[in-house]
Design a protein around this ligand. Sequence first.
Ligand code: NAD
Length: 457
Amino acid sequence: MTDISRLQEQRTFFDSGATRTLAFRMQQLLAFKQTIIRYEQQIYEALHADLKKVPEEAWFTENGLLIQELNYAIKHLPGWMKRKKAGTNLLNQPSSSYLYPSPLGVVLVIGPWNFPLQLLLIPVVGAIAAGNTVVIKPSENAPATARLVEKLVTETFPPGLATVIQGDGAVVIPGMMKEFRFDHVFYTGSIPVGKAIYQLAAKDLVPVTLELGGKDPCVVEADARLEVAARRIVLGKFSNAGQMCVSPDYLLVHVSVKEELLRLMKKYILDFFGENPAETYGYNKIINERNFDRLVSYLSQGKIVTGGEHDRTRLFIAPTILEEVNPEAPVMQEEIFGPVLPVFTFTAREEALALIRRNPNPLSFYIFTGSKVNERDWLEQVQFGSGCVNNTALQFTNHHLPFGGVGQSGIGGYHGRHTFDVFTHYKAVMKTPVWFDPALKYPPLKGKLKLLKFFIR
Ligand code: NAD
C-alpha cells in the first residue's frame, strides 16, 4: 500500500509555489541532465540486465533521446513559460487577450518495460518543465532500470517535487488513484491497462494522456525502392527484439515484389544479426517467460520464411518472418510486440485496407512507395497516430513531431514542446480597459439587434 502522505507531500510542495519560477524549473532540468550524464554507465548496465540492450542502442533509443529532450526543454523553457498573445474579436475591442501557461498540479507518470528509461522520464521532463510535481511509477517488469530510476530521482530532486513509487502496477496504481486525486495521469502501456486507468481517472474527472499500442501495418508498394525498404523494415521490426510500440506489426507487400523483398529482408537480417543472433552483440532478449511463451505460440501460426529458432532459458527468439498466416489466427488478432513478422500480399489497395481495418486506429503506419499519389492516398485512407513514408519507427526520435495514438491506440501526443503542453493548462484571459464602456452590451437590449449583428458576425 502506498503511503499517501508521500503524495500529500507533493501537493504541499506544489501549493507552496516553489515550482512556479523559471529559475527553479531550470535548476531542476539542469540537475536532471547532469544526473543522466553522471549515471551513464549504470544506465547501460541496468538496460543490459533488463533487456540485453548494448550502450550504442541505449544511447540511440533511451538515454540519448532523454538528453535530447532535456536539451530542447532547457533551451526553450524561457519562451514556453511566457504568456502568449491571442486575438480579440470586434465585440470586445479594445480589450487584449492572453494565454497564461500554468502547471496542472500533482501528476502521475506510469511507464512500461520496453524502453523503461525514456518512456518513463521524457514525460517527467515535460512535467517538471511545466512546473508540476510528479509521482513516477516505473514498470516492475524492468526491475534493474526501475531501481536505478528511483536512485537517480531521489538524488536529483527534492522529495516534494518528484518521488518514485515501486511495485505491482495492478495493486499500487488503483490504490493511489482511489485515495488521491492527481491532476493528470500520463500512462504508457497496453490497451487493456489503459482502459482500466481511464476508468479510475473518470470518477474524479482526472485528465489522462494514454500512450497505447496496437497492430502497426507496414505497406510496401510495387514502386518502392526495395533495397532501402528491406533495410529499414528489418531495423524497425527487430530492434529491441520487436518489443517496440512503433515496430511494424505485420507487412503488406504488393504481390509483384514479394519474393524480391523477402530475399532482401533475409539478407539484412543476416547482415545485422548474424548467423547466430542469440550470441550477437546488440540482439535483445524477450522481457520475460510470459511474453516468450506468447510469442513462441505464434510461430506455428504460419509458414516460417526465416528464423523461428528460440531458447526459453535465454529468452531468445530469432528474427522471424511468417507467411501463409490466417488473419483469424491469434498472431493477427493480438499486438505481436516481438520479433515475429507476418507477411501478406495484395494486388489492389482495397484488399490491404480490408486487412488493416480489422484492427483500426494503429499507433503507427508505414508506407514504402516512390509515388507521391500513392503516398497521399495511403496516408489519407489509413487512420493512425504517427508514421513514416519510406521509413519505420524513427518518427519517434524526432522531438519536433508530437508522438501519440488515435482512437484505440491512445489519447494525446507528446515530445519536445508537446510534452510541456501536455502538463500545462493555458489560462485564457481577456483584459478590458476601464476607460471605455459602450452601452451596447448592457440592458435594456431593445432596439440594439442591428448593432449587435454588426459586432457579432
Ligand atoms: P507493463 O506491463 O510494464 O505495464 C505498464 C505499466 O502499467 C507498468 O508501470 C505497470 O506497473 C502498470 N500496470 C500494469 N497492470 C496495471 C493495472 N491493472 N492497473 C494499473 N497499472 C497497471 O507494460 P505493457 O503494458 O506490457 O507494455 C507493452 C504495451 O505498451 C504494448 O501494448 C505497447 O504497444 C505499449 N507501448 C506503447 C508505447 C507508446 O508510446 N504508445 C510505448 C511502449 C509500449
